[in-house]
Design a binder for this molecule. Structure first.
Ligand code: AMP
Ligand code: MG
Length: 491
């Protein structure tokens, strides 16, 4: 293939509407080229859905784009400015190691951000080097793609390349760049930035832009800014419920890591919970448990209150009235979240209709799981396949009684038991990206350049509701260790 042909045939169809927003919202700059890019992994189904040609992307020129060594036509790279509450403390942030290349217009006419993460320093880098290491970028790839396959809104991972350069963390590590695909990178923190340092007119431009991109149905409504708040609250209530239902712990729910599209973003110290325990925290720096599993809904509400504050000048001319409207919207979150969670839990137990007592049935199960340190995913899987001998709960005094109640509950609905078990199969994943398995895949990849372990893991994670025989091998729990699993920020 000739050079020109490869470029044309790649399929990049980029625009950058963000670059047309007020100049204070970003800094235009190019990625810093790297020494010798090498493609480690490329996401075939995602590339295809974006209208990109897999073979052309794998060519030297195709890979050069993922490395930041070549800017495709239509791109106008920029680092976005944003602020955020980090563990409750307000700070000016911005893309310190990422660049938005532009927005790919897909064959379906959708507009998605294409972002390079690890592409070199920007004016927002503070003391950081602007770079990323291979392990954490592959970790984001694995977990974000697993989340997508679980049916949870998330940013996606298109490719990871190594740079041929080292990054220094505690030791020297291979440098890498992740190409991230997102509905957008608009965050609560983007609004906090403009609210703090911009004019009300800037805020209006940002809110209208967000409405156009994510909530076009209400973008022209007279009370559209209140609707924006309500719609974001609705999507976040759905998202957080989905996290809770699979045992996902984000780990760093700072306001800059909460999107307005309702996608999960920023896979740093996140991890999935094995044994059910609401106080579970993996992040080494989260000593207070601010972002513990059981606290995620509260934190989401707190973050959304920060979002609401930024919108006050747009919601109503009268400040008191604006505060009242915003407070009403925020107080709806808890109820919305709870309804989503309850609906999801009912499906996990094969329940189609609603009874008041369902909640105590669910709580009863969770309490037992907590008491006997049952594995969250495997318990629901065991219930789904009536393989309770696999569960630590089976020999306990409470379980027999709970099971009778549950079976009686299933008997009080029109649907057959077969339909219930089908519902459960579709609601309870066969597997999640378990920490010890993700670590094993990363170790083989980074230390031995053996990507086969990761590829097999990605393969079984790509269809978590298949319940195929190969997936059974991935349900094994980590060996008991005196050291709890730990994750890290600043990777
Ligand atoms: P995060 O914890 O990933 O949400 O990042 C918080 C802030 O630190 C963001 O502004 C990031 O862009 C920035 N940041 C993280 N790592 C680096 C790095 N290696 N170099 C420069 N900035 C970074
Ligand atoms: Mg972040």
């Amino acid at each position: 293939m000739t050079r020109e042909k490869a470029i044309i045939e790649t399929g990049w169809n980029l625009d950058n509407s963000y670059a047309r927003l007020p100049k204070s919202f970003f800094t235009s700059l190019n990625p810093i080229p790297v020494r010798s890019p090498k493609l480690i992994i490329l996401n075939y189904p995602l590339a295809t859905s974006l209208g990109l040609d897999f073979q052309a992307l794998k060519s030297i020129d195709g890979v050069a784009v993922f490395a930041g060594n070549r800017i495709p036509e239509g791109a106008s790279p920029l680092a976005q400015a944003y602020a955020g509450h980090q563990f409750g403390h307000f700070a000016l942030l911005g893309d310190g190691r990422a660049l938005l290349l532009g927005e790919q217009i897909t064959p379906k006419g959708e507009r998605v951000d294409i972002q390079l993460k690890g592409s070199g320093p920007t004016p927002y880098s503070r003391r950081g080097d602007g770079r990323a290491a291979l392990g954490p970028m592959l970790r984001e790839y694995i977990i974000s793609e697993a989340m997508h396959a679980l049916g949870i809104p998330t940013t996606r991972s298109l490719a990871v390349v190594t740079t041929g350069e080292s990054v220094i963390r505690e030791t020297k590590l291979p440098g890498a760049i992740l190409t991230r695909v997102a509905a957008s990178h608009l965050r609560v923190g983007t609004f906090q930035y403009v609210s703090e340092w911009g004019a009300v007119e800037d805020l209006r431009v940002l809110a209208d832009y967000t409405l156009q991109r994510h909530y076009p149905d209400v973008a022209d409504a007279p009370n559209r800014y209140l609707l924006l708040l309500q719609e974001v609250i609705k999507r976040q209530a759905e998202l957080i419920a989905k996290w809770q239902l699979v045992g996902f712990i984000h780990g760093v729910m700072n306001t800059d890591n909460m999107t307005l599209s309702g996608e999960t973003i920023d896979y740093g110290p996140c991890a999935f919970m094995d044994t059910y325990y609401p106080a579970t925290v993996f992040s080494s720096i989260d000593v207070q448990g601010r972002y513990a599993y059981g606290n995620q809904p509260n934190i989401a509400a707190w973050n959304l209150a920060r979002f609401a504050e930024t919108l006050l000048p747009l919601v109503h001319d009268n400040q008191e009235e604006a505060i009242k409207l915003a407070q009403d919207a925020i107080s709806d979150f808890t109820d919305l979240y709870h309804r989503n969670w309850l609906a999801g839990m009912r499906a996990k137990l094969g329940i189609f209709n609603e009874e008041i007592e369902d909640e105590s049935l669910i709580e009863g199960l969770l309490k037992m799981m907590q008491k006997y340190r049952a594995d969250y995913t495997n318990t629901f899987r065991a219930l789904t396949f009536d393989r309770l001998e696999d569960s630590v709960l089976s020999g306990t005094p409470e379980f027999g009684q709970w099971r009778e109640q549950w079976q009686a509950r299933l008997g009080r609905q029109q649907e057959s038991k077969i339909s219930s078990y089908q519902l459960m199969r579709n609601a309870n994943p066969a597997l999640i990206p378990r920490n010890h398995q993700v670590e094993a895949a990363l170790e083989a990849a980074v230390k031995q350049e053996d990507y086969s372990v990761m590829e097999q893991l990605l393969d079984v994670l790509s269809n978590p509701y298949a319940h195929s025989p190969e997936q059974a091998d991935y349900c094994t729990l980590p060996e008991l260790s005196s050291q709890p699993y730990r994750t890290f920020c600043g990777t």
